[in-house]
Design a protein around this ligand. Structure first.
Ligand SMILES: [Zn+2]
Length: 249
């Protein structure tokens, strides 16, 4: 069973902020139908604060409990409120904490405190930016050292240029790279050399399948095929890493 650890509601990547209570039933159905046609068993739906709220994603997951899960996004301040909100979202079914670049400052101690709480609760942490900054990299460095039992997923592999800077993290057992958006661009770009370097040095077993949007499923598969992976590595990327991360039996 293939598991998509990172997707957003929407017809395509350009229209992901259109999800609203009114459009939710149609968009959730569109996602689930696409998953079925692509052989994808489960997907984690991500909010895009402030436009697409966590509540909407939790509602999508409640509509299709066998297929959809939801991540939650929490503003780190005020600190007490952040803690209560994270606990409430988790009770309501959230399976991961999304740290979106628009909602926190990597140097803010409150952001570190929020991640610490999520680690204690056993939630994977998704670092969501389209091109990582040096501050994001320091944040990941510190978190993955301080919390060896945490699980950190860098969304979009850190971006086309960010990925090269993140290569040293591929050897850390608690860091994964979600292949959405960036893998498609990377395999056709001169920067592919960094992907090949990863494959040679550490292997690509810390890549994990995310899509960003259901409209990208076919392109992502095509990019993965270009990597010429063996069956077992493909299974690790498409299924096993996510099972471990999300504790799916
Ligand atoms: Zn995303």
């Amino acid at each position: 069973m293939t598991i998509d650890v990172h997707t957003h509601l929407g017809r395509d990547r350009m229209s992901m902020t259109e999800a609203s209570p009114a459009t939710l039933p149609a968009l959730a159905e569109m996602l689930v139908k696409r998953m079925d046609s692509q052989g994808i068993g489960k997907a984690v739906v991500f909010p895009l604060e402030p436009l697409v709220h966590t509540e909407l994603c939790l509602e999508a997951a409640a509509m299709y409990p066998e297929k959809l899960m939801s991540a939650c996004c929490v503003h780190p301040r005020p600190v007490d409120e952040a803690k209560t909100t994270l606990e409430r979202y988790t009770r309501e079914g959230a399976v991961g904490l999304l740290m979106d670049e628009k909602t926190y400052y990597p140097a803010d101690p409150a952001a570190h405190a929020l991640v610490q709480l999520a680690v204690r609760m056993g939630l994977p942490i998704f670092l969501h930016s389209y091109e990582v900054t040096d501050a994001d990299i320091s944040f990941l460095d510190r978190l993955s050292m301080v919390h060896p039992d945490g699980q950190f997923v860098v969304c979009h592999m850190g971006g086309l240029f960010g990925f090269a800077k993140l290569l040293p993290f591929a050897s850390r057992a608690n860091v994964w790279f979600d292949i959405s958006v960036t893998l498609i661009r990377l395999v056709e770009s001169p920067l592919r050399v960094f992907l090949d370097a990863l494959a040679q040095d550490q292997g690509v077993r810390h890549l994990i399948f995310g899509s960003e949007n259901q409209a990208d499923y076919e392109d992502i598969r095509a990019s993965l095929n270009m990597l010429d992976l063996d069956v077992e590595t493909t299974k690790t990327i498409m299924t096993e890493n996510a099972r471990r991360l999300l504790r799916i039996r």
